[in-house]
Write a protein that binds this ligand. Sequence first.
Ligand code: SF4
Ligand code: SF4
Length: 322
Amino acid sequence: MTTSPSLLAEKIYQQALLSGYDDCGIIAIDEMDEYLEHLQERLEKEPTSRPFYQRIEGAMNTKQRFPWAKSVIICTWWLGRYHLPESLEGKYARAFFLAPQVSLDDEGLRKKDAFTDWLTAAGLRWEGGEKSSHLQIGGLRHAAMKAGLGIIRKNNFLYTEQGSFVMLEGFVIDESCELRQRHGLKPCSPQCRLCQDHCPTRALSAPFTMNPLKCVSFWNTFGKSQLPPALSENAMGSWVVGCDACQNACPYNKIPAAKAEKDVPEKVNQALPWLDPEKLKTAPDPVLRDRILPLCDNHIQPNEVDTLRCSAARYLRNQPNR
Ligand code: SF4
Ligand code: SF4
């Protein structure tokens, strides 16, 4: 490749915007090492989360996984562009049902895929993207923060100027280049603890710390809705798939109604009647497998339809006056 690093960075940025992303930054792959240090700190602060982090530690070692890579591209896609139907609020997490890979129509997906087509056509070796796995190329929030796309707040989410309902997508490439964005975000107030106070299971035990093995979002997806004895059924509240409580409580996440321009994609709209927990609990396998699970962004596998039924049944048991 003969393009200068700064010209390459500019071209990647332009292509990311053309492909529908909201923003894009690029960092050197060496900057991902710091993320592994944070992971260790997190383990020391919350040793009970060790089994979870040990399972993903290998996947988080970006440099070791991609020894040929020189830079990390990180792109953002704002989920707040959609009005979340009221019937989904407090039950289904935005990140699953509105993720672009789930929600975009064929034309939108083609446009998005044009980004990686362009990387290939430009002669770059690359890996990553949302299709690769839910762990993608490693610490995406860390990469986004280093690239100047936003800051990590006390609830551990990456916030851009538009809040934390942002999908991050990362790619490693075999050329060196760099692109830093700027933002005017202020850190959390030292007094604020709204996210912690709204966490129903106390998974957010301290600022910038989280125990995934206590998190609602873990148990009603990867955990197959089979709660451990230490977690009460009540604590799962009204969440059926995922949990947005610590993000919904955050003052930096108030999405101005005027900014949420679009209705949810047709795929979500068509699934709405089945997402009523009363119907979900008894929905036939083909409906759950073909119409609901594809909306869960690979967090529940096709042979795990009972996860949805269990979560719906628990939601119903947790409703007052039943
Ligand atoms: S997603 Fe829910 S359970 Fe998990 S840390 Fe946030 S508020 Fe707590
Ligand atoms: S709720 Fe408060 S402490 Fe938590 S992330 Fe938002 S501003 Fe920060």
